[in-house]
Unconditional design. Structure first.
Length: 328
């Protein structure tokens, strides 16, 4: 019959292909059509949990769908990561990871994890960083980071610094600073950040490293003073607080959160969630609420987020190995 030869078949194939490609944007636009779950490796009320809930509020306004926060704290982030790795790869389960899961867990539990972070997850976007502040007892006599470095080097036994968790970001920051400044800082374990803060205010420990939200009570009371912030640049809400990199070029330390998805999640969904996340992070009310948590957004693409994570691992894995060997 006329019209049913090779040309007809080619034309029909082209129409099907065009229809398939044309449907992808529509699929992305219709996602999500049901509630989305975000798995968080922190207990309710933790800064990572609060950040996830703020992001969920913003995405809810865009998607008009419920977003359920599923808290899975414990085991250094392994419980949450394992649950997320086992989730359906349909875009309806996302994963808000935190710095320690990528910078500490792979070394502390090397060869023991039932999942592989590189194999099992794909980045959607960086939610924000929580830069670590460097603070000292108010009467220590060091008002700047260079003055602290000079004081430590003049003290034969060096100085102590407090942190709540061995291998946590505060501890690692102290180790990194002692390496970069070539000075002796000795870690003292404390039973929580509040205990560390109390010890520094009382003068029992002279130095501490902590996010600004954790330092706030001591700063407000005048018992401690922040002398530097280990951020990429000065903070918009604290422009008079110098960065650590002004004294030690390139020095940065921060906790961070990134939104991830199980690898295998359709790319058009990843791209839509990434774009919508960016829209949320640009909202003035979100920026303001994040600042209360000492969290500062960075608008990174999925590829840029992957590069950021690799850079963090390159920086911290050698330090974590030192700590795990017990040399710090």
């Amino acid at each position: 019959m006329r019209g049913h030869g090779p040309r007809f078949e080619v034309a029909a194939y082209c129409l099907v292909a065009i229809a398939a490609f044309a449907s992808l944007p529509a699929q992305a636009q219709t996602y999500p059509t049901k509630p989305v779950t975000i798995i968080v490796p922190a207990a309710a009320g933790n800064s990572s949990d609060v950040a996830a809930r703020l992001v969920a509020e913003g995405l809810n306004q865009i998607w008009k769908q419920s977003i359920v926060i599923l808290n899975r704290p414990g085991a250094g982030g392994a419980i949450a990561a394992q649950a997320a790795a086992r989730a359906e790869k349909d875009g309806y389960t996302l994963y808000m990871t935190q710095a320690s899961t990528y910078t500490v867990l792979p070394i502390a539990q090397e060869g023991k994890l039932p999942f592989d972070l590189e194999r099992d997850f794909v980045p959607i976007g960086l939610v924000g960083v929580q830069p670590i502040g460097i603070a000292v007892n108010a009467s220590l006599g060091a008002n700047t980071l260079p003055e602290l470095i000079t004081l430590v080097k003049k003290t034969p036994e060096g100085l102590q610094f407090g942190a709540a968790n061995r291998g946590g970001q505060s501890h690692l920051t102290g180790v990194l600073l002692s390496r970069r400044a070539q000075m002796k800082l000795t870690f003292v374990h404390a039973q929580g950040s509040n205990a560390t803060l109390t010890d520094v205010i009382a003068g029992r420990i002279p130095v501490m490293f902590e996010a600004l939200s954790g330092l706030a009570p001591g700063l407000q009371g005048g018992g401690i003073k922040a002398i530097a912030i280990a951020s990429e640049q000065r903070l918009p809400n604290l422009p008079n607080l110098p960065t650590a990199s002004e004294a030690i070029p390139g020095f940065q330390s921060h906790g961070w959160n990134a939104l991830m998805a199980p690898r295998g999640t359709p790319n058009h969904i990843l791209q839509k969630v990434s774009a919508d996340l960016r829209s949320v992070l640009e909202l003035p009310e979100i920026i303001k609420k994040f600042e209360v948590l000492s969290i500062y957004s960075r608008l990174l693409s999925p590829a840029e987020t992957a590069d950021f994570i690799r850079g963090e691992q390159k920086l911290w894995w050698p330090i974590v190995r030192e700590v795990e060997r017990g040399s710090q």
